[in-house]
Design a protein around this ligand. Structure first.
Ligand code: ADP
Ligand code: MG
Length: 310
């Protein structure tokens, strides 16, 4: 075997609080290191939904009660989440390598991901972030800032941001150099900090790039063999959760497209994974993608389980 793989870690690889995360990353690190032991070379990306949500909420609430606590822009919150998630992951992965007497450098890169300021997603922000507000509070804040608010499932008003598609990774040259110097790299955390280019400068924007799409882009730019999306399920299903549920071992691009049109993949969970897998597989003939669970990653890469997209 021996693939060059980009791994997208889902929420279950990290847990929901810093304490939970410190425990969860131990198990995650074990799985990742075992993939390297099986002869693969890995580059790791991950989500940050609960983590960036927590930081953003804390900063908003802090500022509300004490204005010596500054307003923290959303891209900065994303950078903070990349930092502490990366810290936990790199610490745990390095430790896991040490257990088997392997001295592998592990590093986290604060990653900026370029998006198009004309991306249609900016016209219709869909991702709720931060605290809940009353209608009046939301209207007041939205007048003072250019924030957009939407009612969130009867629970109150929340700020919504766009979810644009990744175009490029600003730090890609550094990623390549570090990879060539045999580092295990953690990058594109939370889908990366979204930036737009203005007069040759990168400016952070309040948006959330789906980590599955960013990892697909990273796999493409790093010229990986396989994009591995690790989540809570061992395989992808059609008729998911229904009586006639069927777990799939393989999908072609055409089958993916048909199943998407038939509505088999939930938006916001499985749909972006299948779409990300498709975009990577389509980018060059020999490229493949795999969707499976953290626990099954090794077996799946050996062709024994998981859903392969070819
Ligand atoms: P992550 O944090 O890994 O991105 P998500 O919760 O966003 O995880 O997406 C994975 C979830 O998608 C699975 O745990 C499963 O409940 C759900 N899901 C929706 N549609 C399907 C499907 N067709 N096949 C398998 N899982 C599906
Ligand atoms: Mg998800």
């Amino acid at each position: 075997m021996g693939y060059k793989i980009v791994i997208a870690l889902g929420g279950n690889a990290l847990g929901n609080s810093p304490e939970e995360q410190k425990i969860a990353v131990k198990k995650t690190a074990k799985s990742l290191v075992s993939l390297v032991e099986s002869g693969n070379k890995i580059i790791v990306g991950h989500g940050n939904g609960p983590q960036v949500g927590m930081i953003n909420l804390a900063m908003e609430k802090g500022h509300k009660v004490d204005d010596s606590i500054p307003k923290m822009p959303f891209p900065e919150c994303g950078a903070m989440s990349q930092g502490y998630i990366g810290y936990h992951l790199q610490n745990a992965i390095r430790h896991e390598f040490k257990q088997i007497n392997r001295d592998v450098p592990v590093v986290t890169i604060i990653t900026q991901v370029l998006v198009d300021k004309n991306d249609r997603a900016f016209e219709n922000p869909t991702k709720p972030i931060g605290a809940f507000y009353t209608k009046e509070e939301a209207e007041k804040i939205s007048k003072e800032s250019n924030y957009e608010f939407k009612e969130d499932a009867g629970r109150g008003y929340r700020r919504v941001v766009a979810s644009p598609k990744p175009i490029d990774i600003v730090e890609k040259e550094s990623l390549k150099d570090l990879y060539d110097a045999r580092n295990v790299i953690i990058a594109c955390g939370g889908g990366g900090i979204p930036v737009v280019e203005e007069n040759g400068e990168y400016i952070g924007v309040a948006a959330v790039i789906d980590k599955d799409f960013s990892c697909a882009k990273m796999a493409e730019l790093m010229d990986a063999d396989v994009l591995v999306i690790l989540t809570a399920v061992e395989k992808v299903a059609i008729n998911f959760g229904k009586e006639n549920e069927k777990w799939l071992s393989e999908m072609t691009i055409d089958e993916c497209q048909t199943y998407i049109e038939e509505g088999h993949f939930a938006p916001g969970s499985m749909l972006p994974k299948v779409e990300a897998a498709m975009s990577f597989v389509k980018s060059k003939p020999e490229r493949k993608a795999l969707i499976t669970s953290l626990e099954s990653a090794d077996e799946a890469l050996a062709g024994k389980t998981g859903t392969w997209i070819k």
